[in-house]
Design a binder for this molecule. Structure first.
Ligand SMILES: Nc1ncnc2c1ncn2[C@@H]1O[C@H](COP(=O)(O)OP(=O)(O)O)[C@@H](O)[C@H]1O
Ligand SMILES: [Mg+2]
Length: 522
């Protein structure tokens, strides 16, 4: 890695061993913590904000790395100086050591108290930095919303406030450090003064020579110098400990849902059943109390319900992003908890409600979900693009599949185009279970029709199970079964005609209320 740097930098790193060690330690720390973070479950990411996590990874890891590498040798050096000069002091005049011993508990006590305070300051400081980074990350990644709502000035004020908090802590820390280092030096010099004073009385009584006194003073000055650099080292160490606190806490979180481990089903063409499932997000009221229904293998199941009724949550439970708090989800005869989570997720093609494309080419975005993206053939990509009705618009770009897309700076796609790429991504591995969360919501009527037609064709020729969360009548009408969620349970279940025949039914009302938007044009 360092070899790739330009000549000047390389020379710098080779000369500066400490800097190199420090950087390696920081790299190692960051990689390990990031690796741990990637294993955390969704509850962790619901609790912790990305801006804060990134700040911990960058700023906290830097402080910890600097503390443990750069200063370790300094600390050892000062310890050797202190003990060496103290030994010489005792050797020169044990009698003169008496006033010095009085100072030792003061110094040790001060070290302890100041160390604790420094740690507290660092914790506060890193917290403030994380707060500021969080505001910056969140706002800058949603710049469009900030611009539309003309909130630039307000955001600047919010950021300024956070930055001001950092400065406040810096100021307090500066004053504290001044007092700390000042009092160390003061104690040291007081000790030397008392040594001089006591020494002259010893000389006048003939118990000490001038030579011994001057040697003793020289050694004590050395000792004070050692103490002063030890205090700086100690201070850095405490800073490191303070900064590591939250970083290690983040890394130590144990996911309740592991990434791996469990049965790897070779085929998922089995009925899936929700049995008495209860669920609530952490810190929220119960969303499901007792949800039971079956998703028959090879059939289309539509999930409908008012907004906020938990449709997307059903999809997330199916993907085992969360565990039900009660009840169970069965895949064939197996409880979902018995299955290897990553293997299970890989068997499922998912189009989330708000698909995210990464800053990469369209091609890379489509093959992203495959276990080995390089093994995906051109035919597979073309087929997925065709099935999701995105081939035409991709080909209309000058760079076709190589067009860079993503969140920023690159060619922007419309919501419908993004959604179609996400559908292609879900189809690329030819999954046996397909979950589409309002996947057609951003498509215009024509594209939706084409996507649905493609999906129907897929279903006819494959043994696919499809769970479709939809609000368009056109999609729901063709489902084999409709699950209506309302008020934490399954309110109704049946096909379109059956549900429409319930006069005051939830489904009936839903259709009536949204009659215009739900027109089926085909
Ligand atoms: N990660 C989360 N943490 C806490 N509450 C959430 C989370 N995701 C969704 N919710 C809440 O759960 C409820 C149902 O959400 P959702 O399943 O997305 O509903 P739907 O898809 O039917 O509109 C909403 O009230 C929402 O605020
Ligand atoms: Mg939803």
């Amino acid at each position: 890695m360092y070899l790739q740097k330009e000549d000047g930098k390389l020379a710098f790193y080779i000369n500066e061993d400490d800097a190199l060690d420090c950087q390696l330690i920081i790299n190692d720390l960051r990689t390990k913590v990031f690796g741990k973070l990637l294993q955390n479950d969704m509850t962790f990411f619901d609790k912790n904000r990305v801006g804060e996590i990134v700040s911990r990874l960058s700023s906290d890891a830097l402080v910890v790395g600097q503390a443990v590498s750069t200063n370790l040798s300094d600390g050892l050096r000062s310890l050797v100086t202190i003990f060496g000069s103290a030994g010489l002091m005792v050797y020169t005049s044990p009698a003169l050591c008496a006033p010095v011993t009085v100072v030792i508990p003061i110094i040790v006590g001060t070290f302890y108290v100041f160390g604790k305070i420094q740690r507290k300051f660092t914790v506060q400081m890193q917290e403030a930095v994380a707060g500021a980074n969080n505001v910056a990350t969140e706002r800058l990644s949603n710049m469009k919303t900030v611009r539309i709502l003309v909130a630039e000035k307000r955001e600047l004020e919010a950021y300024k406030e956070k930055i001001h908090a950092i400065w406040e802590i810096c100021r307090k820390e500066g004053v504290f450090k001044g007092i700390m280092f000042g009092s160390f030096q003061l104690t040291g010099y007081l000790a030397i003064t008392s040594v001089l004073f006591y020494g002259t009385t010893l000389i006048s009584r003939g118990l000490l020579t001038y030579g011994e006194l001057s040697s003793f003073c020289l050694y004590s000055a050395l000792c004070v110098g050692g103490l002063s650099s030890l205090s700086m080292f100690y201070n850095e160490l405490m800073k490191g400990l303070g900064a590591s606190q939250r970083l290690f806490q983040l890394a130590a979180e144990k996911p309740t849902i592991p990434l791996h481990g469990g049965i790897k089903l070779s085929d998922v063409a089995r009925d899936i059943r929700f049995e008495g499932v209860a669920f609530n997000y952490v810190g929220r009221d119960a969303m499901f109390n007792d949800v039971s229904f079956k998703i028959p293998a090879g059939k289309i199941t539509a999930i409908v319900g008012p907004s906020g009724s938990g449709k997307s949550t059903v999809a997330q439970l199916l993907l085992r992003l969360y565990n039900p708090t009660q009840g169970r989800i069965l895949v064939g005869d197996h409880d979902l908890r018995e299955l290897d989570p990553s293997h299970w997720r890989r068997m499922i093609g998912t189009v989330p409600q708000e698909p995210v494309l990464f800053s990469a080419s369209i091609w890379d975005n489509i093959v992203y979900g495959a276990e080995d993206p390089k093994a995906i053939t051109k035919e597979q990509v073309l087929r997925a693009a065709e099935q999701s009705n995105s081939l035409e618009f991709i080909n209309s770009f000058p760079e076709g599949f190589d067009t860079l897309v993503g969140e920023s700076g690159h060619s922007m796609l419309s919501g419908g185009q993004k959604q179609r790429i996400a559908i292609a991504r879900a189809l690329i591995t030819d999954p046996k279970l397909l979950i589409m969360d309002e996947a057609t919501s951003a498509l215009d009527a024509t594209s939706e029709y084409l996507v649905r037609k493609a999906l129907n064709a897929l279903l006819e020729h494959n043994n696919k199970t499809v769970v479709i969360i939809a609000h368009r009548l056109s999609t729901i009408k063709h489902a084999d079964q409709i699950v209506v969620l309302d008020k934490g349970c399954v309110a109704e279940l049946g096909n379109y005609d059956e549900l429409m025949s319930i006069p005051d039914g939830v489904f009936h009302k839903l259709v009536e209320k949204q009659a215009i938007g739900w027109q089926d044009n085909f």
